[in-house]
Design a protein around this ligand. Structure first.
Ligand code: SF4
Length: 401
């Protein structure tokens, strides 16, 4: 393993939960005051400098042309970095472009109804990101005169902004000396420095973060480009299973490659299998409309619309909706895997029939705060998760989704 004489302070956190990076201020010479322990030794500094030079040169010529790389607008950078968490670049691009078209500034986002924000996020998953982004925009509108703050400490005070997003926005949009560590960066650093600790456990995560902080350019490069170069290498060359070392710009600096262990790094404790969750859903529809319920608050799928769904028996859900269970016919089953749950939804459908004239519908369960018949032409205005669309599809609801 690479020896870290400068990293002797025991780390305390993992990749997802970490104190704010303390680096700030471009070129302020903050090494040794950044929580990373004593200054790196001369040979480490030489390796760091070589890494920066190689990777920045490679990034300048090899980086992908992505929409968010054509701007340094802090708001656009913030939106892109939030969308890119846990989500593939190809998936994000159309969402990013649509979001910025409809809500082009922080002021537009702060003033938008939540339904519109969730609608623009529909299908992207991890909806808490959208709710937090909306809340943070409102905070920034009040506390920062409608601007995205430039310092990591101020960014971290906004709803839902963690160490990664704060570092990314501060470095990319404002050129601050702030580190970022996401899965790509952790993989690259674990391999280049042969870190054999679990990078998601406290000690390994601490090592990676401190190294990332030490590596941020201090006058010999742009911190935002540097952070993006690490992420780009992880996304395109130093990929998870089979790193493409032959085409890597830092292969002769890579300790993991030299020792023949690169493809085994980073070490991570295997994830627990998702917990199986069984639910039932009823699709009650006519040729013109379908019954949808809105999930309450900020829990799973909070603020999103879906066919009424519940735990337990189909007959109990029908009873809560005040409909005759005898009218239901089986439609099929939907399986939807989230990060921690494997949802298995038994779907039944029924014609709206005699209930079409009902003015008020009972809530199908405590997790809902609204229930309405929604005309198909209005469905696009009701934010839905991908799971809801799958349930409608299995029930053969022909709607312009
Ligand atoms: S040499 Fe291989 S393992 Fe090392 S950084 Fe490059 S691609 Fe990753």
């Amino acid at each position: 393993m690479y020896i870290f004489p400068c990293l002797s302070t025991p780390p305390t956190s993992n990749l997802g939960r970490r104190p704010a990076p303390r680096l700030r201020g471009r070129g302020r010479g903050s090494r040794g005051r950044n929580g990373a322990g004593s200054a790196p030794a001369a040979h480490e500094l030489a390796k760091h400098a070589a890494l920066r030079a190689r990777l920045l040169a490679w990034y300048a010529s090899a980086r992908r042309d992505l929409p968010w790389r054509r701007t340094r607008d802090p708001y656009a950078v913030w939106i892109s970095e939030t969308m890119l968490q846990q989500t593939r670049v190809d998936t994000v691009i159309p969402y990013y472009e649509r979001f910025l078209r409809d809500l082009p500034t922080l002021g537009h986002l702060a003033e938008a109804p939540q339904e519109q924000v969730l609608g623009l996020w529909s299908g992207l998953g991890y909806y808490r990101r959208a709710r937090m982004l909306h809340a943070a925009a409102k905070q920034a509108a009040v506390n920062h005169a409608g601007a995205v703050p430039s310092e990591v400490e101020d960014l971290r005070k906004l709803a839902g902004i963690g160490a990664y997003t704060a570092g990314a926005v501060a470095s990319i949009a404002f050129g601050r000396r702030a580190a970022v560590v996401d899965g790509n960066v952790a993989r690259v650093l674990a391999r280049v420095f042969a870190i054999e600790d679990d990078v998601k456990a406290a000690r390994g995560s601490g090592l990676v973060w401190r190294l990332a902080e030490q590596l941020v350019p201090d006058g010999d490069g742009d911190p935002g480009d540097w952070n993006q170069s690490l992420m780009e290498l992880g996304a395109t060359v130093c990929v998870p299973r089979e790193p493409r070392c032959d085409g890597c710009p830092v292969r002769d600096l890579c300790e993991g490659k030299r020792r023949g262990i690169a493809s085994t790094l980073p070490r991570v404790t295997p994830k627990k299998a998702p917990i199986p969750v069984r639910r039932v859903a009823i699709v009650l529809a006519s040729e013109r409309a379908v019954l949808l319920a809105r999930r309450r608050g900020d829990g799973l799928f909070g603020g999103l619309w879906e066919p009424p769904t519940g735990d337990g028996e189909m007959t109990a859900l029908a009873s809560r909706l005040g409909i005759d269970a005898g009218a239901l016919e089986p439609a099929g089953e939907v399986v939807h895997v989230l990060s921690h749950r494997r949802m298995q939804i038994e779907v039944a459908r029924a014609p709206l029939g005699r209930w079409a004239r009902r003015k008020r519908w009972p809530l199908p369960g405590p997790e809902y705060d609204a229930v309405e018949l929604v005309r198909f032409e209005d469905l696009a205005k009701r934010p839905q998760a991908a799971l809801s669309r799958k349930v409608l599809a299995v029930a053969d609801v022909a709607a312009p989704l």
